[in-house]
Design a protein around this ligand. Sequence first.
Ligand code: FMN
Length: 248
Amino acid sequence: MIKKNIVAIIGSNNNRSQTKAITENILNELIKLDQAYSYKGIFLGELNLKYCIGCQKCFNDGFCELDKLDDMVLIREYMEKADIILLASPVYANDVSGIMKTFIDRISYQFHLLSFSGKLGFTLTVADHSGSEKVIEYLDHLSIHLGIKNLSNYSFIYINDSMYEKPTLIAKDMLRKIQGNYGYSNYYLEYLFRMYKSETLPKDAVNFENVSHQNELKFWSQNWIKNTDSFQEFAAKKRSINYDLYEK
Ligand SMILES: Cc1cc2nc3c(=O)[nH]c(=O)nc-3n(C[C@H](O)[C@H](O)[C@H](O)COP(=O)(O)O)c2cc1C
């Protein structure tokens, strides 16, 4: 049986990370409840991850030069192979953690490509008492811009939540949301797809030299995308491309 693969990006640098412990609790519960799933936790604190240096070459080239020097390629590959992506961050000073932001900066050129279309997603924030709302909103927004259909956002607050009960509740809710879901699209993803397809391409573009964000323009002007009418169809095609790459 091919299992549905959940990849959790865990944005903490703390070697006794609560976010890691809670994420693992949730996902262990989930696979206990339904063995059709497996998971891979990517704990950013254990990886070599360099800061974005702001060169913006990725928007033109479609890859980041720093990928040659650290573990970002590995993270991108795990995300590409995933069926479901969970973005988990602790709340630090009312925001995502620094290491989560580094990951986000390094992946940001992929926002304009809706790179992870055809995947479902969840977000999780962990805080001592406050600041989760803003982080949830941010991670939710990022998921959508990566092409992910986000099914739910969860927050874990120490003063309120039981380490024993809440991970199980979240695991059950995740399964309910996945099983009750149909397709990979929603209103906002359809809107983004139409926008990128029609508006990023200059009407008079003949070649892409000297145009900024060349890689995006090239991507959105491919024939297979021109012949795709909806995000749902785009996502289904992307899933079959990934299937060809990874499953055979
Ligand atoms: C630098 C820093 C800033 C923090 N800021 C907040 C905050 O704004 N609000 C809050 O409720 N908790 C805050 N906390 C507490 C953490 O969110 C909380 O302890 C979380 O469980 C830490 O997760 P981790 O162990 O995975 O890093 C902060 C912790 C650190 C280290």
